[in-house]
Ligand binder design. Sequence first.
Ligand SMILES: NC(=O)c1ccc[n+]([C@@H]2O[C@H](COP(=O)([O-])OP(=O)(O)OC[C@H]3O[C@@H](n4cnc5c(N)ncnc54)[C@H](O)[C@@H]3O)[C@@H](O)[C@H]2O)c1
Ligand SMILES: N[C@H](CO)Cc1c[nH]c[nH+]1
Ligand SMILES: [Zn+2]
Length: 429
Amino acid sequence: MKVYKNPNASDWNSLAERPVFEKQKLDAVVLDILKDVKINKDKALVGYAEKFDNVILKSLQVENSEIEFAINQVPQDLKDAINLAKENIETFHKSQKEKEQIIETTKGVKCWRKSVGIEKVGLYIPGGSAPLFSTILMLGIPAKLAGCKEIILCSPPNKEGQINPAILYTASLVGISKIYKVGGAQAIAAMAYGTETIPQVYKIFGPGNQFVTKAKELIQQDGVAIDMPAGPSEVLVIADKTSNPEFVAADLLSQAEHGPDSQVILLSDNEDIINRTLQELKKQLGKLTRNNIASEALKISRAILLNSIDECLEFSNLYAPEHLIIATDNASDYINLITNAGSVFLGKYSCESAGDYASGTNHTLPTNGYAKNYSGVSLDSFVKKITFQNLNEDGIKNIGPSIELMAEAEGLDAHKNAVTLRLKSINHV
Ligand SMILES: NC(=O)c1ccc[n+]([C@@H]2O[C@H](COP(=O)([O-])OP(=O)(O)OC[C@H]3O[C@@H](n4cnc5c(N)ncnc54)[C@H](O)[C@@H]3O)[C@@H](O)[C@H]2O)c1
Ligand SMILES: N[C@H](CO)Cc1c[nH]c[nH+]1
Ligand SMILES: [Zn+2]
């Protein structure tokens, strides 16, 4: 992890940049995959499973018997843990349901908004380097609560052509049965364009590596919506003299272990805390199973000494992290200074792992600076809000003349006429 001491403000922009991995090559690779799936459908998917997942698939869809077998393989204590997480995530997302409110804007003019679940949605569950079954809770629960009618799920198969049992168990727990053994950009293409086996959907959700994220960006041109760019995980921790370096290091490593492209950032006003955290990082890194991945991630990561915690928050807002941990005793004092972050963790016990698995908040969040203009997944992500209006006689009499004037000023006679005819009909009665 590279250390920067009191950098000039003019260097902040470059320090807040994410690592870039051969962008043009990525564009070309993903565009080719999208085109191929659009034309060759299932045949292309089988080909990519062989190329990237090292497996020759007999069938793309998971059979019911595979799901039943998997459910029996998941140990009871893990099932109990998943259930606890499910309850908390359900409770938090249920609270996001909007109450329908009818507003009378002018006497006789009633307007309201109704949330309607998006009919067909596709969920991508990463499985390249870790089977992220927790992501099914994060996407499947709000999809069900929103009332989405068709929910399909894609995840890459392993070399034996199977999907991890915990993924199949969690999918069945939230009530998803259409599961396909497809990963990467090709899964996004399949859900966007449809194939012989995989139905086309209206909106695609879920995190993934750079290939998945690029594919999600590109398929929007074909009229398919996406939740947001949710690429390689990242965390920014703000620490001061009250922080616990052992906890801070553990939190940094918890995201570094996601992938070699996961950047983690430590900001502090205290050089001693930075040094002690770096020592802890070394100590803890050696003990991790995924230490190779985490040490690659640390190479693209940064520790930055700044003048004050207020300055740390200023930098954090510029960086717009997916996760922001304020690991200080007085963390809540800084809430109003936060303008850009996907999800925030306050105080020493709020580790990011809590939000990743079980506290109730969603872990599908904007990365790469997109927390400046996107929110994480929520119940809202799975609904459209349709507006309604109902005008009675009083209503059209009250606002009709203003509409006539405005339509005339825009030179739109037919608009004006639609009101005039109604006003005349009322006056004739
Ligand atoms: N932002 C979020 O909310 C969030 C949440 C969870 C995970 N994540 C991120 O999701 C990512 C998961 O990545 P992953 O790789 O483990 O799984 P993944 O499922 O996203 O990707 C695996 C697939 O990538 C494709 N692929 C691999 N190498 C390729 C190549 N050279 N060319 C084309 N396609 C290729 C293959 O099809 C493979 O099946 C991690 O980066 C993690 O940090 C983000
Ligand atoms: N940290 C990831 C979001 O960036 C979510 C996750 C799933 N499992 C573990 N972590
Ligand atoms: Zn995580």
